[in-house]
Design a protein around this ligand. Structure first.
Ligand SMILES: [Zn+2]
Ligand SMILES: [Zn+2]
Length: 275
């Protein structure tokens, strides 16, 4: 676990919840036992299933293995947009093979990240990211699995490339962080918006307004653990067991019963991921 604040206490159980996007390897899982320990902790508060997401090839291989170790774990594989410059022919061949695995429920996280180019050493430039994004969209369509999108400061180009390429049947915007206009554009296209702990941050005014306009059948919840720990544990290490804090914050924002929202988001995840 990272230094800094201690791990958040266990929340009051809330069931059923499915964590639509997490990184179990980055949470410290290495083998079947450490993976089961994290999912056991989550299950003890109602988070019975998780989708663990890869952002490079090593993480993709690991995610598929983890999904075979534990039937509560599902995988998503892709190269993160910041790593799109590693998408050579060998990487494409391996990703295609991994994505085809029955335990893989989405192609992701892919998309566009306009924050890191120029700031992060070795980060793919925008042109390379767009090319990589197009390839992942095509892969998702070929294998008929959902596309899981990472979007940082790239609202306009994301929507444009998706429409230009033609989106797959199911598109998920993971850790939706944009404003109401973007939320309404995504909703109109039939995309699904997944909310993380950031929606519980009181100063995230635009995001919190956006979360109110998403229809019940287009909403998911996720931790993106070990990042983005919900209020009031911001800065502490996140894990799938922390998801009830986010669901309760989101339910309050939307004027919904938390148990009802847990049921709705779990039903949506099961429909979109076909699990
Ligand atoms: Zn992301
Ligand atoms: Zn992520």
């Amino acid at each position: 676990m990272s230094a800094g604040r201690p791990a958040p206490e266990l929340p009051e159980p809330l069931s059923p919840i499915l964590d639509a996007h997490t990184h179990l390897d980055a949470c410290g899982a290495t083998d079947a036992a450490s993976t089961a320990a994290i999912v056991d902790r989550a299950a003890s508060v109602g988070v019975g299933r998780v989708v663990t997401v890869a952002d490079d090839l090593a993480a993709a291989r690991w995610a598929v293995r983890a999904a075979h170790w534990d039937d509560r774990v599902f995988a998503a594989v892709a190269l993160h947009p910041t790593r799109a410059n590693a998408l050579d022919d060998d990487a494409k061949a391996e990703l295609e093979r991994l994505a085809d695995d029955p335990r893989v429920v989405a192609v992701g996280e892919t998309g566009l990240d306009y924050y890191w180019p120029g700031k992060l050493e070795g980060c793919a430039d925008i042109e390379t990211q767009i090319e990589g994004f197009r390839w992942h969209i095509d892969l998702a369509k070929r294998i008929r699995k959902p596309l899981m999108i990472h979007n940082r400061e790239a609202d306009h180009d994301l929507l444009t490339v998706l429409l230009d390429e033609g989106p797959p049947d199911n598109v998920i915007f993971h850790c939706f962080s944009s404003d109401t206009n973007m939320a309404l554009s995504c909703v109109a296209e039939g995309y699904v918006l997944s909310f993380s702990g950031t929606v519980s941050f009181k100063n995230a005014h635009e995001l919190r307004e956006a979360a109110k306009v998403v229809p019940d059948d287009q909403i998911l919840v996720e931790t993106d653990a070990p990042y983005l720990t919900p209020h009031p544990f911001r800065g502490a290490p996140n894990e799938p067991y922390c998801l009830p804090y986010t669901v309760r914050a989101l339910a309050e924002l939307r004027g919904q019963d938390p148990v009802e929202l847990a049921k709705i988001t779990t039903a949506n995840a099961r429909r979109v991921y076909r699990i």
